[in-house]
Design a protein. Sequence first.
Length: 311
Amino acid sequence: MALGAAEVLRYLHGEGADARHGFVWLHFNLAHAAAQKWMREHLSLSDQFYESLRDGSRSTRVELDDDTLVAVVNDVHYDFAFEPSDISTLWLSVGQRLVVSARLQPLRSIDRLRDAVKRGARLNSSVELLVHLMHDQGDVLVHIVRETTTRVDGIEDSLLSGRLEKKRADLGSLRRLLVRLQRLLAPEPAALFRLLKKPPSWVLEGDLQDLHQSTEEFNVALSDMAALQERIKLLQEEIAGRVAETSNRTLFVLTVVTVLALPINIIAGLLGMNVGGIPLNEHPYGFWIVVAIIASFTGIAAWLAFRRPRE
């Protein structure tokens, strides 16, 4: 159920009938200037959590600080439009009785989790909330992989039908997006291994198994993403090969035209000099003789240009 700020503070101080049961989830918008100030004044959070808010490294990880879990989770914006800039970070501090999450931009996974809580989803522990969030993030990642696969399928069909258009740029944009997602969303295995090996005493064994399962789902989605990147790379190489082949053919045609025009340009340049002794100047058939010479040289040049074996 939803609680006000005063009720949350009473619960955290052990006041009220339900002060010894359950946990509280507080979600903050860091775009609000007073959010961090309120957290520092009223909540006893670890220094590592505040350091992660200022840390430049935003790779997904779950670390243990004393008796609290500090998690950095990357997710896509609510209005995700397949742009690399539509990825933002969610910071979490998970304790036995308090879960604090903070973000700068509206994120899809956190909104799905909040909607699930409003619909009555039961979360028996704070770690179960973290697991639920990671499951939602995994679902979002799978959806992105499916949508990207659909786009790549369309580009591949266009490539097979010979309609390149701007598909090469589209593939580059999708590949950059997948690389950024893979770099940010891949959980750090060392931190997770330390957590699973030596968890806090208040974390239940079932929650640890669910957390391990969620990371396995992440790894499967990331493997699919890596395979999709390799497929995009192959398509880019195929498009680059076709573009190079088209450029070579165009260059060959220009070269042939230049070679065929070379005899007439040379002879026209020689006969056009305003000096004495121009051959065939007084001959009645001089023009036709020059035309025959030009046609002969042009025919020889064309034979030399096109005599290479055809593919």
